[in-house]
Ligand binder design. Sequence first.
Ligand code: SF4
Length: 507
Amino acid sequence: MQAKTIPIKVAETPQQEAGACHAGEKTLLESAQAAGKSEILQRYALDYPKGPHDQPQSMCPAFGSLRVGLRMSRTATILSGSACCVYGLTFTSHFYGARRSVGYVPFNSETLVTGKLFEDIRESVHAQADPEKYDAIVIINLCVPTASGVPLQLLPKEINGVRIIGIDVPGFGVPTHAEAKDVLAGAMLKYARQEVMSGPVQAPNKTRQDHPTITLLGEMFPADPMGIAQMIAPMNLAVGSSVPTREWRELYAALDCAVVAAIHPFYTASIREFQAAGRPIVGSAPVGVEGAHDWLQNIGQSAGVSQSLIDEARNKSLAMIKAVLAQQKIKGRITLSGYEGSELIVARLLVECGADLRYVGSACPATPWNSHDAEWLKSKGVQVQFRASLEQDLDAVQDFRPDLAIGTTPVVQYAKEACIPSLYFTNLISARPLMGVAGAGSLIQVVNAAIGNQSRFNKMKDFFGPVGHGDTSGVWMEEPVERPEFRAENRRQLEKKIKQRKAQEMG
Ligand code: SF4
């Protein structure tokens, strides 16, 4: 019998298999548009505008959505994506203490391009939809299934009373993991709002507050909502839910508020849902004296509180914050960068605590809800960079030679090498109280302690000298011998190859 070649259909582009992190953002975007995802990608382009840089450097954006799903009780989260992406995402979620299983629907080129993957997803969702265990099931399309147009929007909205929420969270459409939290939080709020509009819903688990509530937008240190509750109590207001919520019923409570405080300013899709529910939004946060002064005024006014009660709340809180700031100050020059989206409120607090802050870079974009903070910081001479790239953050450290660099892992590593004390933004700054009196006291302590480490850095630098730099890093039995002639030869060969290729292209 004559042998014949059977054509095997593979993913449209090699980049689809290679992954969007490293290659082909443009190609993936085009594939996704061609595969029917234009509408959602246009929505993302409006909600999470890119530029001046195409893609800020941070972890896989889908981690944000995954984390929001995993932190909700009675919610199953399923990933659909390349195995390597899923491995990285599950690793990171367990590193951050998820203590929950992450579901996964695997695929290969064939199931991807023949549409079988969608059938597999549908099957697994049906198998999981047990109302005894779950209120909701979240399915997240990662880069490759989004680029291939896997149509999660065709999944049933509900199976056996379990809500089904399918979202696309591609790295080429959602720039940061912070904004990916909004993708899921916004989708859940939309679902919950439609439920509220179509009839009575379950009462929230917590007892209903006697006073009108403020919904807090953004993940924050657990003590912060309590601190804010104390600050707004004189206005007869209470803190309601925090979004992203920890359970489904809290979504109804979040929508049932007097005002939404966009403490983290990048929750664009969530804000759209609150606005559709007729809720006023207030940006910024009660950080430092001026921050708390403005924020309490805006919250009180939006909630229809009388000026005398607003003044009472302000007098109480501001007196306490002033007392802390009178006792201690931050002394030193600082640069700050991060990708959590709360960088500007931390920057404000640093300035109010006395820091000579020169630069704040955020991987998140400018929005109406952080414009006031940005203007305030600029008026204090601070350079504000939205959608900051790693290069801009590193340049700031180099140019301003701070006494302390607060930043992401590569910024901190760079500062340490340059003998500059540094603190990780995510683990050491955004994971502590920032609001009101507790925030001021806590930040001053940690920052001054870090700046005080300069002498230890100097000692280490003296002790180790140039060891560990360039070719001398690693363990050697003998001192490495420089071979510049080898490098020159390699360079010559490479240049020759390039010339040959160019000549071939032209010829
Ligand atoms: S899903 Fe995340 S890890 Fe995978 S290719 Fe996309 S951005 Fe990269």
